[in-house]
Write a protein that binds this ligand. Structure first.
Ligand SMILES: [Zn+2]
Length: 327
């Protein structure tokens, strides 16, 4: 069954971060080339990537020990690490349904080090799909989160909570949502939230700092298409709000090209954006190379220091990671 946030498990075509775009007429190519906005191979960003939105869910094989067939385990750990390594992904925010997948990545130790990948583990709020629509009022989720936090991971303590979803922003006021936001501030945990702009305000309002010290990574930066002006206003109001850019409508205008208003926003807040794969279905693992190439293409059209921030530095700064050694 498809996750309720999207009607189809097939990611929409056309965006630079979502696979090949439709062919561009020759005359238009010439215009784009003259304007210097085509992300050519030469202009691609070539530095390290921080994937700030990665799931290693049960369908992919996040429960490796139980899997015995390739149907049960289409993406075993070596496959996942190979995809990260060959794309220059040097750190990931790992969060999985259930948390076993994150644990498998955190446990990879030597294998992950060999692949040059740092794992930043988050507690996911979902044991199964039923939890998507009830977590914000289900006290057993709070218990599960506290148990996971106490347990930690082989890669160290959990660094955040999420990804969680709110399809109705009113549910940001649910009792468990309130408690988790307060917990995040208290324990200095980051949040990864797939919500709309109204819910961002509500969630921030439930923290002791009223969102002034809350590290909230806004998954997709408003998948419903919050306007650039609205994103700008929220960024101005909440200094540690970050925008993760997978699936963001209106971000790219053709392959390797940022739409003008998004380009301007990225340049206005170079310290606040992140890239992510959102491997929410196995198809996204199959597309992983293309997704990262798509990011590298439009990152390459930005000033190099801004590209590096969005690709790596901002995620590294959020979690205190050091610069990876070149490979
Ligand atoms: Zn996700």
């Amino acid at each position: 069954m498809a996750r309720p946030r999207r009607a189809s498990p097939v990611p929409p075509p056309g965006g630079g971060t979502r696979g090949p775009a439709a062919p561009v007429p020759r005359s238009r190519w010439l215009g784009l080339l003259l304007a210097g906005v085509v992300g050519s191979a030469a202009a691609q960003y070539r530095g390290p990537l921080f994937d700030a939105h990665l799931h290693y869910n049960v369908e992919a094989c996040g429960h490796a020990a139980a899997a015995t067939t390739t149907t049960e385990c289409p993406h075993p750990l070596p496959d996942v690490l190979d995809r990260l390594q060959r794309n220059g992904v040097r750190a990931i925010v790992a969060n999985s349904r259930p948390n076993d997948g994150t644990r498998a990545l955190a446990q990879a130790g030597e294998q992950a080090r060999a692949a040059g990948v740092a794992v930043v583990p988050f507690v996911r709020l979902y044991r199964d799909r039923a939890d998507y629509n009830n977590w914000f009022r289900d006290p057993s989720i709070l218990d599960m989160v506290n148990t996971e936090l106490a347990r930690g991971t082989p890669a160290g303590p959990y660094r955040g909570l999420g990804e969680f979803h709110l399809y109705d922003s009113g549910n940001a006021d649910g009792p468990v949502a309130r408690q988790l936001m307060a917990l995040a501030d208290r324990k200095d945990l980051a949040i990864l939230a797939h919500v709309d702009d109204v819910a961002v305000e509500k969630l921030m309002g439930h923290t002791p700092s009223k969102g002034q010290s809350t590290r909230l990574i806004w998954a997709h930066t408003g998948i419903g298409g919050s306007s650039v002006a609205r994103v700008d206003a929220l960024f101005a109001r909440f200094p540690r709000l970050h925008g993760e850019l997978s699936y963001r409508p209106g971000l790219t205008c053709g392959e390797g090209t940022l739409c003008p208003e998004w380009r301007a926003l990225l340049l206005k807040y170079p310290d606040r954006f992140l890239i992510g794969s959102d491997t929410w279905v196995n198809q996204r693992w199959l597309q992983y190379d293309g997704l990262m190439q798509g990011y590298r293409a439009w990152l390459g059209t930005l000033p190099p220091e801004v590209a590096k921030k969005i690709a790596w530095d901002n995620g590294a700064a959020l979690f205190g990671l050091t610069e990876p050694s070149p490979r």
